[in-house]
Design a protein around this ligand. Structure first.
Ligand SMILES: Cc1ncc(COP(=O)(O)O)c(C=O)c1O
Length: 474
């Protein structure tokens, strides 16, 4: 080995230079946090200039870490819709907690391999503890909670469908859909998140197996129409297997009638999944939790930590009381994975993912530092700010179209009801850079949608949004 080449010892620089990189990042992030509220929430993007700036990296020579970090930070600063801005009233992308960002960093640095329990005992047990905590708050009995962390809500919902297929038809796992005596069909509200279509595509049941049941005027699934559709499908020889309730619809934050769905599923032998990707966080607040009443009767539940629980993307969770079903769904043994340890579950045997990152740490640190009551306080504050927003909008002549205890406010200009008008209003507000909102269609009616989602949002930010919306309408 005497002629072994010396030179670069590893990817990383020597000790003092490592420290300089971290200091640089800390200063940069501190500056971002201090200055974000004074910047526009979003800005127009010159696609050509952006591609040219990125294309300048041919990776043909090394660059100084600080230079590259600054360069990328500037690209992000200039082009991103800033979900960390206090006036981002957008989709379910909250400003992440400080401890969430720290958790993400620690997870990346320790890089525990979450596939096998024996590779990452503390990480696996932290995630299991979090799942039990969330499941308990959602009404699952102690000692029954199983599940897995997922990349987000879409993967959690995919897991729910795989679990439901596996449990309904034990032969599905080995022999696939061709072993079934007919065509499986599932049900969700027309207001549900449309990842169901992609999931149906991926699982092989096909997109037309998803029955999008119309919602009533209140934007909740119409249970009468649901019952009729199930009966019609049975009469046609199709095989209903799963009903999905949404607890916090994407557009309007509305919660489906969970007890009614659970009763219907019990009476007709169907499985119930509740997609509480956004709304599930309400379970942490004693004041808001009653809105989710009945959720604990679901066979499985989706909750996204990267939505209203405010940790960085991506962290979702699938919760269930059916540990056995989950194990059957993802059952596999190999010679090359470390042998399982008694009384533990290898995460890769209860998840679609195999190697995966330690997603739960960011939630664990955030919860440990804020405490459950600290979280509850913040969630309730968001709900209160949304009440103020509704009041101010109604007081200045807007129609409020949705009724929900969650902080999603859908409002329409009674003067001109068209989509084009509301789309133009949203563009004006967003184009002005003072706030970010989106147009939305609810039960055929055009509206604007504002979600109070950032823990940085203040009453002044809400008032600024109302001013921006009113000026756009003038
Ligand atoms: C109700 C609901 N379910 C599922 C999802 C998908 O979650 P993700 O984007 O984390 O995959 C969303 C996303 O907004 C959602 O609103």
């Amino acid at each position: 080995m005497d002629d072994f080449p010396v030179g670069r010892a590893s990817f990383d620089p020597p000790g003092p230079a490592v420290e300089q990189v971290w200091r640089h990042v800390i200063d940069l992030l501190d500056g971002e946090r201090e200055r974000i509220a004074g910047r526009t929430v979003s800005a127009p993007v010159d696609v050509r200039a952006l591609r040219a700036a990125i294309g300048a990296y041919g990776f043909d020579r090394p660059a100084a870490p600080a230079d590259v970090i600054d360069d990328v930070a500037e690209l992000l600063r200039a082009t991103t819709v800033h979900t960390t801005h206090p006036r981002y009233f957008g989709l379910f992308n909250p400003t992440p907690t400080l401890m969430g960002v720290v958790g993400e960093t620690l997870a990346a640095a320790f890089n525990p391999q979450m596939a096998a329990w024996s590779h990452a005992p503390a990480a696996a047990e932290i995630e299991a503890h979090l799942l039990r905590f969330l499941g308990g708050r959602l009404g699952y009995p102690p000692g029954t909670v199983a599940g897995s962390f997922t990349s987000g809500g879409a993967e959690a919902n995919l897991t729910a469908v795989l679990l439901a297929l596996t449990r309904t038809w034990p032969e599905y796992g080995e022999r696939g859909l061709r072993a079934l005596p007919g065509r499986p069909v599932m049900y969700a509200s027309a207001e549900s998140h449309l990842a169901w279509l992609k999931i149906a595509h991926a699982t092989g049941i096909g997109r037309d197996a998803v029955r999008l049941v119309p919602a009533g005027r209140d934007l909740r699934i119409d249970t009468g129409r649901l019952i009729e559709q199930v009966a019609a499908d049975c009469a046609d020889g199709d095989l209903p297997f799963l009903v999905v309730g949404t607890a916090g619809t994407t557009a309007a934050g509305v919660i489906d009638p969970l007890h009614a769905l659970a009763d219907l599923c019990r009476d007709s032998g169907l499985r119930l999944h509740v997609d509480a990707a956004y709304g599930g966080a309400a379970a942490l607040s004693d004041r808001l939790r009653p809105a989710l009443d009945g959720i604990g009767r679901a066979d499985s539940i989706t909750v996204d930590a990267h939505k209203w629980l405010s940790v960085p993307m991506g962290a979702g969770a699938l919760l269930t009381t059916d540990a056995e079903g989950l194990a059957e769904t993802f059952r596999v043994t190999t010679s090359y994975m470390p042998a399982d340890v008694p009384d533990t579950v290898d995460p890769y045997t209860s998840s679609q993912q195999w190697s995966r990152r330690f997603m739960g740490l960011k939630l664990f640190l955030s919860l440990a530092v804020a405490g459950r009551e600290g979280y509850a306080e913040q969630l309730e504050r968001d709900a209160d700010l949304a009440d103020v927003l509704r009041e101010r909008l109604a007081g200045t002549g807007w129609d409020i179209l949705n009724d929900t205890p969650l902080p999603v406010v859908c409002f329409a200009d009674p003067g001109t009801g068209t989509w084009e008008h509301h789309d133009a209003l949203a563009r004006k507000v967003v184009g002005g850079g003072r706030a970010w909102i989106s147009p939305v269609r609810l039960d055929g009616r055009a509206a604007l949608r504002a979600c109070v989602i950032s823990h940085r949002t203040t009453l002044q930010d809400v008032e600024e949004l109302v001013r921006a919306a009113n000026e756009a309408r003038k």
